[in-house]
Design a protein around this ligand. Sequence first.
Ligand code: NAD
Length: 489
Amino acid sequence: MRTQMWINGVFTPGTSGNSIDVLDPATEELIERVPAGNAADVTAAVDAASAAFAAWRRMPAGERTDLLHEVARKLTEKTEELAVLLTREGGKPLVENRDEMSWSAACFRYYAEISRNIRGRVIPSVESSQLNLVLKEPYGVVGTIVPWNYPILLMAWKVAPALAAGNTVVIKPSEMTPLSTLAFADIFDHLPPGVVNIVTGYGREAGEPLVLDPRVRVIAFTGSLETGRHIARIAADQIKKLHLELGGKDAFIVAEDADLDVAVPGVAWAALLNTGQVCTSTERVYVQESIAPAFIERITDYARGLRLGPGLDPDTDVGPMVGATYRAKVESQVAEALAQGARALTGGRRPASRQRGYFYEPTVLVNVDHSMRIMREETFGPAIPIMTYRTFDEAVRLANDSPFGLGANLYTNDARRVKQFYEEVQAGTLWVNDPLTDNDAGPFGGMKMSGMGRELGEEGLDEFRETKHLHWDFEGGVKPWWYPYTRQG
Ligand code: NAD
């Protein structure tokens, strides 16, 4: 297991001498310790990334393509090892982490191919003696700050396009899941030293110095709204380019024509995947009142039938939450909702059978409304609060009644409802009849307080490219609009 930082192609224990305990959320036991990186370590990593930039940006596109394909190949080869490691430190069931590895490899393959095809454009000139080019170029050093819920996938969504565009990178993984990212030293080690660097550490001690280093031209961050706001504040003095993927409160609308055989497991999956710890987790469900009784009964049975357990147990459907503070947040939102009149049809507590580990039962809540915190703030846990609606207009209004706008889901086969949904719902990704499916070619990101910028697709590449406009006049003579000059002439 790799437990040291990786800077300029060399493993290092860092300068502070301090370490971070990495715990198994299913047992609360120590797995390993990693260095608690600090400003000096970040400076060393940015030194390396800056030095590597000149050669990396000039590398012919085809060579970069091959190197990125090699990342995908090595990642695929190590899928099982990485998935087990990630289950141990993050808690997600093994099957979900295998998927995370294959999606991450696909992302590297997608941007490997994009890298081969990077281009600017020729635009019409004002006069025939001129050439006008729109050029795209890398920024330089990109800092990526990643959360614990999809540590590899969200790293890949940033690092793959940043490298494809010709930038070099410093990665700061979450302090809760650094081990799977450190294992990437062996996956990136065919790249020139310094092109990718990994610094472990806490947000304040290692994340902030990365944001504050003036040589880091872009910060690509995924994490909570609070941290995103803080980063925006401290980056403002440098007018640093920020790419922020923040929290969500995704709505799921179930229309009256929905097939409940699909909608029940679909909504449950969207709400409970990774124990509800997905940025696009379904956190609010709106069901048309004519089908609500059947839907609620069936989703309650479904949630009750799920098996809780450690992610490495093949019988586990729902793993532990990642840590005590995250579980406490769900508990407090549920308790507050119950005190305000909500009813828990199942769950609403820790499982009696599991004394160790950060487990929380899948929870179905009814009698909820938008005055409750559980319908307004991000929960990030296994809760499914359900409201009913009468008209589709009402469902759209409820879906939009949120400061967040990351994703939204709909089950229907009625084209008029789909049209109203995609025209009126304010969210960066809209899924109809296929919740939470990512597409490497499709941009992903949030509206409103869910962030700014997009990952994936061509938009995801453009976040890491500066635009230059070249205006070149081959004749370059005196122009009539230089009035003082022409008067004198
Ligand atoms: P977090 O904000 O606590 O931490 C995210 C990262 O930021 C970690 O690496 C952390 O060390 C670092 N960090 C913390 N304080 C920092 C500081 N002052 N300066 C610089 N870096 C700092 O988030 P988390 O708990 O790890 O992740 C959960 C959150 O991430 C949820 O809110 C979730 O919605 C969000 N998320 C969003 C998306 C998306 O694409 N929009 C995807 C996944 C997760």
